[in-house]
Write a protein that binds this ligand. Structure first.
Ligand code: PEP
Ligand code: MG
Length: 657
């Protein structure tokens, strides 16, 4: 068996035989003499693709249908089809060549744009041009795996995922991909697990090889053992139920522990998992703990938590945490000296020992691994080298293991400031506010006489946390708090407002923090109800999209304020409240209203519609106009917006006074 780290596109567990899609469309430049009949051949192919997509749309659910619509719009997009026709005409080349050249160049243009939303559109254009090429080559036969399969491709396209017969598809795997792509969204809609970031061809994955997918661990297993398959079967039933039950639970309340006994207390207290397992107690003896001793402890904790997440932090000796068996030479500033990961990266064997024990214990539950005192991306790269060494050793010794998800503690200002780069390297963050406060405020956390300077509600630290949450969510990873601030009454509402995903506190605080969170949620709902019934009305008729599902991190991450989306039924946009228009965007796609209640309300039509330069928008009000709730303030031409392959979702952002 071999396990490969990947990235999670959509949640789930599955196994089956690889079904590698060989695109087999080797296109060469052929000249044609009869341009008219080549153009007719192109038209016929476009017609067939169009009717295949429409057929797929008639079976699609309401979330998938707009994605197929976007594909159809892309097929007829002027910058695509007209350019293809122009190339055939001017250069007398065959349709296949023109389609693949124009498709490639458009996809590259999308990729180069400085906007993640437009970047992911490159897969859309690739998908449609591949489908059209296959059609022109007479190779548009349906891909229908006839045994339970994990469909693998260099790059999956929304068009393929939406039209393929999914009866026997257990999972999707691709080399290229992103968390926010249409492919990830579609797989999520279909409930099919999806991993990307796998070097399929480098790993020699061919049709027929058995594969297992565990998106919780973001791992692909080649030739999985029976034990792995059993675990996948169990997880598939347990976790899917749990995922459903958890729906709507916006924050997990986990426990910080330092021993097996505390894990039992955490389970008893109803913790959602272990957010921080401090492993230093293992290093309190005269001798370094053996791999076996560590493995037994980690396994016992994983078992005590019965499948719930256990985040094991690698040893954090140094500064305030002294160990008789890890000898450190005297340091003038121990908190700024050799500590935690700095020791581990120098004492490779000591570190590898712990990593091996964690890898082995990961076979007994949902174990994740976390590194303390990180200050740079280079450290992650060095850690990964040692982790790979540990994996190679276990593999060679035929010892059972599993590769856990990896996270870092954000507890130095450097890590917080580099959190955008770190987020690309790991699966989660946990903010250690105890050290983050110490290092940000330059106050020794152990010095009692400096207590007054150790401001646990420091504005500087709160700003860093906000930045970390934003960067984590923009990269599609989750972020928790495992420092004392996670249980602080003043901080909890503020952390929830920032969008924190997990609070981890000592087992004795679990119930109190749960009650605190429930309170905040209740008052949030009451606030929302107040906004909805007393002030706001929907700005359009249509289907409501929750904030977290708006496919643009600027909105879903809450960077601009609380928001919601509506997929409109028609082109009318109404004022959601009484107030005054204070802003109309130059490109007409957005209107700002200051409501009579003092809330700043932004009506933003579509995503990236600024690129239309005002085309498709007819604003019926002017700046400084008074508007009343329900008044028609804008008309949009949905066909123009959709033809540009842009979403026409009406997004309402509310920044409360
Ligand atoms: C922290 O620094 O906030 C943290 C959780 O780690 P420790 O307290 O173990 O240093
Ligand atoms: Mg710390």
């Amino acid at each position: 068996m071999k396990s490969i780290k990947a990235k999670k596109g959509s949640f789930g567990y599955a196994y089956g035989r690889a079904y590698v899609i060989d695109k087999d469309i080797n296109i060469t430049k052929q000249n044609v003499t009869d341009i008219d009949s080549e153009l007719k051949r192109l038209d016929a192919a476009v017609k067939n693709v169009d009717s295949n997509l429409k057929k797929a749309k008639s079976n699609a659910d309401e979330e998938t249908a707009p994605i197929i619509d976007a594909q159809i719009a892309m097929l007829y997009d002027k910058s695509f089809l007209e350019e293809v026709r122009r190339m055939i005409n001017d250069e007398a080349v065959c349709g296949e060549y023109a389609v693949s050249e124009i498709g490639r160049s458009l996809a590259e243009q999308f990729e180069e744009m400085d906007n993640s939303y437009l970047n992911v559109r490159s897969a859309d254009i690739r998908g449609i041009s591949e489908r059209l090429c296959r059609q022109l080559m007479g190779k548009d036969e349906e891909i229908i795996p006839d045994t339970p399969s994990v469909v693998c491709a260099y790059e999956l396209t929304p068009e393929l995922v939406s039209t393929i017969d999914k009866t026997n598809i257990k999972a999707f795997v691709s080399q290229k991909g992103t968390k926010t792509s249409h492919v990830s969204i579609l797989c999520g809609n279909y409930g099919i697990p999806y991993l990307f970031g796998v070097d399929l061809f480098g790993e020699g994955i061919e049709t027929g090889v058995e594969l297992a997918v565990d998106t919780e661990k973001a791992t692909l297993y080649i030739e999985p053992t029976d034990e792995i398959k059993k675990r996948i079967d169990e997880s598939a039933t347990q976790k899917c139920m749990q995922e459903e039950a958890d729906l709507g639970d916006s924050v997990k309340i986990c426990a910080n522990i330092g021993s097996v006994k505390e894990a039992e207390a955490a389970a008893e207290a109803g913790a959602d998992g272990i957010g921080l397992f401090r492993t230093e107690f293992l290093y309190m003896g005269a001798q370094l703990p053996t791999e076996e001793e560590q493995f037994e402890v980690y396994k016992a904790v994983a078992t005590a938590m019965s499948g719930k997440t256990v985040i094991i932090r690698t040893m954090d000796i140094g500064a305030d945490k002294k160990s008789p068996c890890v000898k450190l030479s005297p340091q003038d500033n121990p908190a700024l000296g050799k500590r935690a990961i700095r020791i581990c990266l120098e004492e490779r064997d000591l570190f590898k020992n712990q990593l091996r024990a964690i890898l082995r214990a990961a076979n007994y539950g949902d174990v994740k691994i976390m590194y303390p005192m990180i200050t740079s991306v280079a450290e992650i790269e060095r850690i990964n080298e040692i982790l790979q060494e540990a994996i190679n050793e276990l593999e060679a010794e035929n010892v059972a293991y599993s590769v856990p998800s990896q996270g870092v503690m954000i507890e130095t200002p450097s890590a917080a400031l580099l959190s955008d780069q770190l987020a690309a390297k790991v699966d989660f963050f946990s903010i250690g506010t105890n050290d983050l406060t110490q290092y940000t405020l330059a106050v020794d956390r152990m010095a009692e006489e400096l207590d007054d300077y150790f401001d646990t509600h420091s504005e500087a630290v709160m700003r860093l946390i906000k930045m970390v949450v934003k960067n984590a969510h923009a990269a599609g990873i989750w972020v928790g708090i495992c420092g004392e601030l996670g249980g602080d009454e003043w901080a909890v509402p503020r952390l929830l407002e920032m969008g924190i995903d997990e609070l981890s506190v000592s087992p004795s605080k679990i119930n109190r923090v749960k009650a605190l969170v429930a309170d905040v949620m209740k008052s949030d709902t009451q606030d929302e109800a107040k906004l909805g019934t007393e002030i706001m009305c929907a700005p359009a008729d249509g289907k409501v999209i929750r904030m977290s599902e708006i496919p643009d991190p600027a909105f879903s991450g809450g960077m601009l304020g609380k928001c919601m989306g509506i997929i409109p039924d028609n082109g009318n946009v109404y004022a959601p409240c009484d107030g005054e228009v204070y802003m109309i965007a130059e490109t007409k796609h957005a209107i700002g209203i200051m409501s009579d209640y003092g809330n700043d309300v932004l009506i933003h039509v579509g995503i990236d519609t600024v690129s239309l330069g005002g085309k498709g928008f007819d604003v019926l009000v002017s700046e400084n106009d008074r508007v009343t709730k329900g008044m028609l303030i804008m008309k949009i031409d949905r066909d123009v917006i959709r033809a540009a392959n842009l979403s026409d979702m009406i997004i309402t952002v509310v920044k409360e006074k």
